[in-house]
Design a protein. Structure first.
Length: 130
């Protein structure tokens, strides 16, 4: 092993985490489709933002702590824009707004857990190789 390959950043395969996130988004969309229109908009906004957040994190993870932080910040901003845009587009008022927020933030929490698992796997491999 050369010095260059030993110091090259490693990261876990993104595909299993992307599939887990996509599966959660699919289930969230299917469940919210049987609820109100606003709940479906909330789940859709969360799914779109998760589509941006995990790749941003994957790009940052090989660059250490600052890269992971930048990835999480990019994901947060994607979700911040998605929650506002989806809420406005859904036109939710009253109880429908609660349904929107519930479906968005539940799916947000689930996909965020996948992102944390990705970072955890990335840091474990880096520690094992060090």
């Amino acid at each position: 092993m050369t010095q260059a390959t030993a110091s090259a950043p490693t990261r876990p395969a993104l595909l299993p985490y992307a599939l887990a996130s996509a599966a959660m988004c699919g289930v969230g969309l299917a469940v919210s489709a049987s609820q109100s229109r606003a709940a479906l908009f909330g789940a859709a906004a969360a799914a779109v933002s998760a589509l941006c957040a995990l790749p941003a994190l994957a790009l940052g993870a090989p660059h250490g702590t600052n890269g992971v932080l930048a990835g999480f910040v990019a994901g947060f901003f994607a979700r911040m824009l998605a929650v506002a845009a989806g809420f406005i587009l859904s036109g939710a008022r009253g109880d429908a707004a609660l349904g929107y927020a519930s479906s968005f933030f539940l799916l947000y929490a689930l996909t965020q857990a996948v992102e944390i698992a990705y970072v955890w796997g990335s840091s474990r491999r880096r520690r094992a190789g060090a």
